[in-house]
Design a protein around this ligand. Structure first.
Ligand code: CO
Length: 460
């Protein structure tokens, strides 16, 4: 009997896709032990946007969150999502910072690191993969799935072979927009299985309604692990429901390690949590529905809600459909990057700019300029030369690997600047990732502690 294993995403991707990663630690702490005992292959609980949001909006130290989860989850593997050379930020970092970050993530409790690059440029993955292996953790090499004239199965297999050369333990097909069809998944998984002998993980989103079928066909083609979210945080821009797939797969004769009674307990726990986010408006019912437009526009879950809030803040919600239609055009101009962080932001923001300005590429952000200089890596297809020229306006294009051109004393400089404010290597890495955000967090942390000390003295 073929076994299918499950990765539970409620703490990271479901949280990120449905409620902009706003789940505080205290909201899920009471259920961690139950999740640990439910029989998951892994729990995706860290990385992606959780790091930034913890510091920026939740007043939580992300490293401390990880240690607390580890303490409550001693048995199940903890998994994080790493943006390759971008670590958890939106730009490229020098190699030694990537290595330090990976080491600290493992030291604080991570077992599996899923590593992806928005452009599928393996030059941006190799250092993170190498360090993950050196730390004794599981390196999962991800391919960012997209469709375009240049994204063929042969191309994906070529990337997977490179990942295998780099030493990955598993391969993840990361369909962040939920656009992988059942037939395409069957063919792609089969092609990869034929080419390499590595476990295959399927990551998709329910955005377009394809996910359940896509997962089933992937399993029929030999996929080994699937990403799912406990039912109250499943569907829409999130993953398909854990209980549902477990139920259906068992009936079809597949073996799973999941304990049904535990799953129901976890689901019951998260129902009122979801209700709370619905009431506060942080969970937008639009994100819960099925949107087949994405089959044309290829807008991943997180990007859809970002576009909405961006236009809302500019008082231009009426331009939503126009911005949606502009997005694939910008993507084509930019050499068909898969739409995932950070390219999804680049493309989405530019689409909004183009629509609002009424002239294409009149206003261009610093990030897209950097992209056109080659600072994000090799694009899947060449950038439209005319548009590139207009955007660069004489700027030089990077030769070779961008990370190799970065300074090698970033860590030392940051540590020196922070002085006593940084209490450990992790603090310095938080600062390097999000400087103003981390500084503000450190200040608030200190103020909070001083208040506690003052209170304790008064009491004594
Ligand atoms: Co995802």
């Amino acid at each position: 009997m073929k076994k299918v294993q499950f990765t539970e995403t409620v703490l990271r991707d479901a949280n990120q896709s449905l409620i902009a990663t706003r789940l505080p630690y205290s909201d899920f702490e009471p259920i961690l032990e139950t999740i640990d005992s439910a029989g998951f292959y892994s729990i995706e609980c860290w990385g992606g946007a959780t790091f930034d949001v913890c510091l920026r909006f939740l007043g939580e130290d992300p490293w401390e969150r990880l240690r607390k989860i580890r303490e409550k989850v001693p048995n199940t593997k903890l998994q994080m999502l790493l943006r390759g050379q971008n670590i958890l930020g939106y730009k490229h970092y020098p190699d030694d910072i990537v290595r330090r970050f990976v080491r600290c993530a493992v030291k604080n409790g991570i077992d599996i690191i899923r590593i992806f690059d928005a452009l599928n440029d393996t030059d941006n993955l190799k250092v993170a993969i190498d360090e993950t292996k050196k730390c004794g953790a599981v390196a999962s090499g991800a391919i960012s799935y997209t469709t375009s004239p240049v994204h063929t199965n042969a191309k994906y297999v070529e990337i997977v072979k490179e990942l295998k050369e780099m030493g990955v333990d598993t391969v993840c097909i990361k369909d962040m927009a939920g656009i992988m069809t059942p037939a395409a998944a069957y063919d792609l998984v089969s092609a990869i299985k034929d080419a390499v002998d590595l476990p295959i993980v399927i990551h998709t989103h329910c955005t377009t309604g394809l996910a359940y079928m896509t997962i089933l066909k992937s399993i029929e083609a030999g996929a080994d692990v699937i990403d799912t979210a406990i039912s109250p945080f499943s569907g829409g821009t999130s993953q398909p429901a854990t209980e549902t797939l477990n139920h259906a797969l068992r009936e079809l004769g597949y073996d799973t390690d999941l304990k049904e009674d535990k799953l129901y307990e976890i689901a019951d726990f998260f129902k009122p949590v979801r209700a709370k986010f619905l009431d506060s408006g942080k969970l937008n019912p639009i994100s819960m529905g099925t949107d087949t437009q994405c089959l044309n526009y290829q807008i991943p879950g997180g990007m859809l809600s970002n576009l909405l809030s961006q236009l809302k803040s500019l008082n231009s919600l009426d331009k939503f459909d126009e911005a949606l239609a502009e997005t694939p055009k910008v993507r084509k101009d930019m050499g068909y990057p898969p739409l995932v962080t950070p390219t999804s932001q680049l493309i989405g923001t530019q689409a909004v700019q183009n629509v609002l300005a009424g002239e294409r590429y009149k206003n261009v952000g610093a990030e897209l300029k950097a992209y056109c200089r080659g600072e994000y890596g090799r694009t899947p297809a060449p950038i439209d030369p005319m548009i590139r020229e207009k955007i660069l306006a004489g700027d030089k294009i990077v030769e070779g690997r961008y990370a190799d051109t970065l300074p090698t004393d970033t860590f030392e400089k940051a540590a020196e600047k922070l002085g006593d404010t940084a209490r450990c290597e992790e603090d310095v890495l938080s600062y390097i990732s999000f400087p103003p955000v981390a500084e503000k967090f450190f200040e608030e942390r200190k103020a909070k502690e001083e208040k506690i000390v003052k209170y304790t003295i008064t009491e004594a």
